[in-house]
Design a protein around this ligand. Structure first.
Ligand SMILES: [Zn+2]
Ligand SMILES: [Zn+2]
Length: 541
């Protein structure tokens, strides 16, 4: 028996500034697959995330729409909650960083960093907009990237992903009013990231074998450049207040408090459910911790370096995320999908047209797991009609609606070859999922669906039925229903809605497990409604 593990799953926090699109879902879906799988394994799972409310993307949007940041947050937060619900994301806590709870817990962490001597004030030159009467930073300014020369918003280069340093922003243009900025002295609190270099390198070396190539490369590149201390405060009036005197006009920098949301969301979940957040966040040193962080490739170092640095700096023996699940980009017709472009693939739009299981299936089977991938209606239709309808849907339908059954699902001997196949697939998909190879895990299961379809064809139950070969007929049908019951375990992380329909029909327990289950037959089963309809190009018009 495996030891019960404490598995924390964090999905990246979505910025409350525009519609959520399919590219985001490709990153977050890994989290839901992992959560559902680990629950089936019997592990102690907490899946958390929330809406990232602070920072300039939100204030920018508020200015543009002539409203308050809070109104922007409410609008997008409720959209994200709705989208995740419709997609069946099984968050234990999906919260937002604008809650008083999060603010208080972040302040406690900041005080801890101060107590541990990780913070210091630093006065330096900064971009000041004389017209706006304030210091302006990252997305509020436009700069020329010192790495590649592209003109970009000042948080991160839109062309080469370089993250700008304060010194890169001195000669900038204010994006709020268009004025050239001036250089003026400003005092901010800084975090001694540089002092943690050795520990972070050690963490990197401990984990890199579990990470995808891109995660390793990006992190290594960042470490090679040398770690610089980072400002933890900035001039803003929207965000978490700084718990020290003299910083009234500043807020905690969003990079600090948003990643800390993984901790505060777990605390909130635990407080509301009589659990202990330390089960997940304190290192038990006995191999029972596991922590997955699921995000897009533009977010890698925040999860492999920055967040672990904060966890280390609390000196509370906190567990550092050991599996980073970074996905590449989903392109639409070869073009990078971004929140600002949207490319028509907003989730509100997609969910209005398509079955959530088909969307989830697409995100895994053709998602940008290890390299960029493309969205097209042809691929979406071919996965839906090919794998979901023709393979899985067909096997379920031809078995459960077999015309001679009359509502009776017979008991019988399960074919040993099929049983053995299932045992193998449980074990092999387990390895693949824990190695964050979701696409391969899913295709193993679909291969098994194909094996079952072949089994059905070869055994010719219609001949057995016609010849009144009752025992053999019952064995074949019982084997197929056994397979369907087990598929409703194996496919639950990927297409949960269909699996729930099957479980309800077969009256199988609501709680999937990751091992072979038996089905003993029964009476009074009604007609089974087909799981899916076929799609055509018309559905995309
Ligand atoms: Zn650049
Ligand atoms: Zn300005």
């Amino acid at each position: 028996m495996d030891k019960k593990r404490n598995v924390l799953i964090g999905c990246a926090w979505t910025y409350a500034n525009s519609d959520i699109h399919l590219g985001h879902i490709c990153a977050y879906i890994s989290g839901d697959v992992l959560a559902r799988y680990h629950r089936a394994k019997g592990d102690n799972v907490a899946m958390v995330s929330g809406t990232d409310c602070h920072g300039t993307p939100t204030t920018e949007r508020a200015i543009r729409e002539k409203t308050t940041p809070n109104a922007i947050v409410e609008k997008y937060h409720s959209q994200y909650v709705e989208v995740f619900k419709k997609l069946g994301f099984s968050y234990d806590c999906y919260t937002l960083t604008a809650t008083p709870y999060h603010h208080e817990k972040v302040k406690e962490m900041i005080l801890k960093l101060q107590e541990n001597n990780f913070l210091y004030p630093k006065t330096e030159q900064a971009s000041y907009c004389p017209k706006c009467g304030k210091f302006v930073y990252d997305r509020e300014v436009e700069v020329v990237c010192p790495k590649c020369g592209a003109i970009s918003k000042g948080d991160q280069c839109g062309s080469c992903d370089y993250v700008f340093q304060t010194k890169d922003l001195l000669k900038a243009k204010c994006r709020i009013c268009g004025s050239e900025t001036e250089i003026k002295e400003n005092t901010n609190l800084y975090f001694k990231l540089s002092t943690l270099e050795e520990q972070l390198e050690e963490h990197f070396n401990n984990c890199k074998n579990n990470w995808r190539k891109n995660t390793v490369n990006e992190t290594q590149k960042f470490l090679m450049e040398g770690l610089h201390d980072r400002a933890v405060t900035r001039d803003l009036n929207w965000g978490v207040e700084v718990p020290f005197e003299g910083f009234d006009d500043k807020r905690i920098y969003v990079w600090v408090e948003a990643v800390w949301g993984y901790v505060t969301a777990t605390m909130k979940y635990c407080e509301e459910n009589g659990l202990d957040w330390k089960d997940w966040w304190i290192d038990h040193k006995d191999g029972t911790n596991k922590m997955y962080m699921c995000h897009g490739k533009d977010n890698i170092v925040f999860h492999t370096i920055i967040f672990p640095a904060l966890l280390l700096a609390t000196k509370q023996n906190m567990f550092l995320p050991n599996v980073c699940v970074s996905v590449e980009f989903l392109n639409a017709k070869g073009e990078k999908m971004s929140k600002s472009k949207g490319n028509g693939l907003t989730m509100v739009n997609i969910l209005n047209r398509f079955d959530p299981d088909s969307i989830r299936y697409f995100c895994i089977a053709n998602g940008p797991e290890k390299k960029d991938s493309d969205f097209s209606s042809e691929i979406f239709i071919s996965l839906h009609n090919g794998d979901i309808v023709n393979k899985f849907g067909n096997f379920v339908n031809r078995t459960l609606n077999y015309k001679g059954l009359n509502g009776i699902l017979p008991n019988g001997e399960i074919d040993p070859y099929i049983r053995k196949k299932f045992e193998e697939v449980y074990e092999n998909t387990s390895k693949l999922i824990e190695n964050i190879s979701f696409k391969d895990a899913l295709s193993l299961i679909i291969d098994l669906v194909e094996d079952c379809n072949k089994y059905f064809d070869q055994k010719e139950p219609w001949v057995l039925f016609k010849n009144d070969d009752k025992t053999l007929f019952n064995n074949v049908i019982a084997t197929c229903v056994f397979a369907i019951a087990n598929f409703s375990n194996l496919l639950m992380p990927f297409i949960p809605f269909s699996c729930e329909k099957i479980r309800k029909y077969l009256k199988v327990s609501d709680n999937p497990v990751w091992k072979v289950i038996e089905f003993n037959g029964g009476e009074n089963f009604g007609k089974f409604e087909p799981l899916f309809n076929r799609l055509t190009e018309k559905d995309f018009e």
